[in-house]
Each structure stands twice: as C-alpha cells, then as structure tokens.
Design a protein around this ligand. Structure first.
Ligand SMILES: *Cc1c(COP(=O)(O)O)cnc(C)c1O
Length: 235
C-alpha cells in the first residue's frame, strides 16, 4: 500500500515539475510519519524514501530506537518546538524546519555546539498571518525578523537552509497558490540581502492536498503524510 502510494506520488511530482519546467530531482519527497509506527517508516524507507518529518519531540523519542539502523536517513522536526525541548530536539533530529524565533535559534545553537555538530534549520513563516499558527510574520520589516537576520550569522552551529510554511487551508488546492508565491518572494528578498552564512535554497511547502500547486510555485520539499500513509487517527 505505502509503496504503491509513493509510486503514484512520484508520478504526480514528475508531472507537476514538467508543467513548470522544473527538474523533479530538485524536489524532495518528505514522508510525514507522525502518529504512524516505526514499521510504516520502514515501509516508506524500503520504497526508497530517505527524508522523514515528525511533529513532536516526545513521539519521536519513542520511535527513534526502532529506526536507528536505517542508513542515510534524515529525520526533520517539522512541528512547533517548545524551547524547553530544544536540546532534546537537537539531539534526536538531523534538522529542525520550524524555527520561528531568535530565542529558539539561540537555544538550538548552544545545544548543537555542545554536541559538536552543525544543525540544518529552516525558518517557519506564518504566511497566512493566522492567529492559530506558529511562525514568523510574512513581512521582513517585523521586529523578530530583523533580530533573526542580524543575529543568525553569529549562530555558527546552525546552517540556515531556507523557509517552511503551512498555508491556510482552502478546499481548492489552488487557493494556496498566492501564499506559495508570497513565500518565494520572501525567500528572494532574503537572498537579495546577501547575508553571510544564510542560505535560502530550500522552500519547504506543499502537503498532501496541495503539493502539486506548491511544486508549480517553486517548492523544493513537499511534506506528505496522508497521501503516503493514509488517514491519521483523529486526536
Ligand atoms: C502533518 C503535517 C504534514 C503532512 O500533512 P498531510 O496533509 O497529511 O500531508 C506536513 N507538514 C506539517 C508541518 C505537518 O504537521
């Protein structure tokens, strides 16, 4: 089942890349395995996936022992991170894609330094300015952005790779298109600042219901849960 789903998703990624004149190899398919057991991670791994997303530090702490033997695999934290779990997150994950404050970035940098590693991070943007969602403002003039862009180059144990977002939900996937466009524009604005050490190559955007639109708008990483593993049990 999982392998078949992945096969079909790959075809859709290829088609969406083709429509927009992009190389499908520039798009990472991340399997979002939150709420699913380690056996599901293994199945997706056997079908060729190497990048996984988990939402919660605590949940992954319980799963990690069962997937430790998998080679060349990367686990990303994609959910909101509380600062008291920052050290644990740096210890468990290969990357944190949901950094949205300087405070959190500083904590993670300190933890990474302690572990003698460099951690890949993405900055999360609340692109639809939704009250219920975490993330940086969709406007670089915002004070938190100014702090971050000034201080991040000094946090040398973090490697900033790009941006992540979850746009507002719309029934029609095309409704997400303006938000994806806005993300790309934001990324290009940051690139134009030519900040030392900050890379802005990654745009993590697109989930099960809107990933094709995201690819058409420049996504370099689509994060799929339901489309790969099926419906999650309702909490
Ligand atoms: C759950 C989740 C996903 C995957 O959502 P699906 O709609 O199941 O594909 C992607 N990104 C984040 C941040 C998530 O929390």
């Amino acid at each position: 089942m999982i392998a078949e789903n992945i096969e079909r998703i790959r075809e859709r990624i290829h088609a969406a890349a083709g429509r927009s004149g992009r190389d499908p190899n520039d798009i990472t398919l991340m399997a979002v395995s939150k709420t699913f057991p380690a056996s599901a991670v293994r199945e997706a791994y056997d079908a060729g996936l190497r990048v996984f997303g988990e939402n919660r530090v605590q949940e992954f702490a319980g799963k990690v022992v069962e997937v430790q033997d998998l080679k060349d695999v990367r686990f990303h934290l994609i959910g909101h991170l509380q600062s008291n779990k920052a050290t644990k997150a740096v210890e468990l994950f290969n990357a944190v894609d949901s950094v949205a404050s300087l405070r959190l970035a500083s904590k993670m940098n300190a933890a990474a330094e302690e572990f003698g590693e460099t951690l890949d991070v993405l900055l999360e943007v609340n692109i639809g300015s939704e009250a219920a969602k975490a993330g940086l403002a969709a406007d670089l003039a915002d004070a938190e952005w100014e702090n971050l862009l000034q201080e991040l180059p000094k946090l040398t144990n973090l490697r900033v790779r790009g941006l992540m977002c979850i746009p507002p939900h719309t029934e029609d996937p095309a409704g997400a298109r303006p938000y994806f466009r806005k993300m790309r524009a934001l990324r290009d604005q940051i690139i134009a600042m030519k900040l030392p050490t900050i890379q802005m190559t990654m745009l993590s955007m697109g989930m099960s219901h809107d990933f094709e639109v995201a690819i058409e708008e420049g996504s370099t990483c689509v994060r799929l849960g339901t489309a790969i593993f099926g419906e999650r049990p309702k909490a």
